[in-house]
Design a protein. Structure first.
Length: 385
């Protein structure tokens, strides 16, 4: 099987992965450029067709989680702020505070017309990065779905700053798929999927139907958003697919601009599908999806091979330490060619890690003045990427 562009057998089988019969629990992400027109007005007629699609899926027994952008765009129009409310952090936060009420009310109204209950959940990066808060969010999502509600998640931009943000709702949607134990994720986009190059700039760009190996296509994704309204672009969607991948969740990037986008996808199968392997354990999937990383441990070739064989990371194999982490923080492990090959919860503070890097186990106690831990990162606290 080739790494890029391998089609599933036909349109029906492609869409079936995301249909009620193939995914009992589905996450759908809606971006700002789909929900809000360039002048800041809601694309209400289009949104009504999407809600029709959602209602049909709910009637067929599929549980739905929505991740919806749009609060800043809506709020900036109401407040009369320039640059879509993104001229400053303060403007963005004020726009989010104002627009989130409008956004939640809009979803509640349109879903309510179909007899469906909307439930608003605002999250920050820490709600999914901290293990206890992640489990709390997971339990809340599960209960709402059991009760027949449709949770609508958005980043809490009123309080989030650059240091504690997802940065885009594509990655939030992937983490929500993990927390909500979803079976599939659909990212509605302003283009119909992933191409070998930016199709707006390269007429030779080829459409990619299926991606079984995310590592093979990471360089193809553009960070530009064609609307100028969103914050992620295709690069964020590829990263979202990677986060979902480790949780065993297939992802589809689908054109969202046409009316009835979910129905259209079900009928045509048009979109880029990132297939998924069997999921890691819940804890390791959470760890692999961590976005707030506080350091990097560079290792030699021998240590990289050992990690690939399922062994723990020992201090002897570390050649360089980066970051200001503390024991228990998440760090990446970097192999000699510069790739991140593993992610784990480190067993030492950064200062001690630098002190013992490259040292044998029998040397460490003398350097630290206390009995060393069994590993820099124990294999039970690590996941290969």
């Amino acid at each position: 099987m080739s790494a890029v562009g391998t089609p599933l057998s036909d349109a029906a089988s492609r869409a079936a992965l995301f249909a009620p019969g193939g995914a009992s629990r589905l996450v759908v992400k809606v971006g700002s450029s789909l929900l809000v027109a360039p002048d800041g007005a809601v694309r209400r007629a289009w949104l009504e067709t999407l809600v029709d699609d959602l209602a049909q899926r709910r009637a067929a027994g599929q549980q739905i989680l929505l991740v919806s952008s749009g609060a800043i765009a809506l709020g900036s129009r109401r407040l009369g702020l320039p640059k879509g409310g993104r001229a400053s952090l303060e403007d963005a936060q004020a726009s989010a505070a104002t627009g989130q009420i409008l956004l939640a009310g809009l979803w509640a109204e349109l879903l309510g017309a179909h007899g469906l209950t909307a439930a608003q959940i605002l999250v920050t990066l820490g709600d999914f990065e901290d293990r206890r808060r992640f489990l709390n969010a997971s339990a809340t999502l599960d209960r709402l779905l059991q009760l027949g509600a449709i949770p609508i998640l958005n980043e809490n931009d009123t309080v989030a700053t650059e240091e504690i943000r997802f940065g885009d709702n594509d990655r939030l949607a992937a983490r929500a798929a993990q927390a909500g134990r979803a079976d599939a994720l659909i990212l509605l986009s302003d283009i119909d999927g992933l191409y070998t190059a930016n199709p707006a700039e390269d007429p030779e760009a080829r459409f990619i139907e299926t991606v079984p190996d995310i590592g093979a296509i990471a360089h193809m994704a553009s960070s530009a958003s064609s609307s100028g309204m969103g914050s992620g672009g295709m690069a964020a969607k590829v990263e979202a697919a990677r986060i979902a991948h480790v949780a065993g969740v297939p992802v589809a990037i689908v054109a969202g601009k046409p009316d009835h986008p979910l129905q259209r996808f079900a009928e045509t199968g048009r979109g880029t599908i990132f297939t998924a392997p069997d999921a890691l354990s819940a804890r390791k999937a959470w760890l692999a999806g961590r976005m707030q990383l506080l350091g990097r441990l560079h290792v030699d070739a021998g240590a990289a091979r050992a990690l690939g064989e399922g062994k723990s990371l020992l201090a002897a194999g570390i050649v360089r330490v980066e970051g200001g982490f503390r024991r228990g923080d998440a760090v990446d492990v970097i192999c000699p060619d510069g790739r991140a090959i593993a992610r784990g919860l480190v067993g030492y503070d950064a200062a001690d890690a630098r002190l013992i890097a490259g040292k044998r186990s029998d040397e460490i106690a003398g350097l630290l003045g206390y009995a060393p831990r069994s590993a820099m990162i124990h294999r039970d606290q690590m996941v290969m990427l």
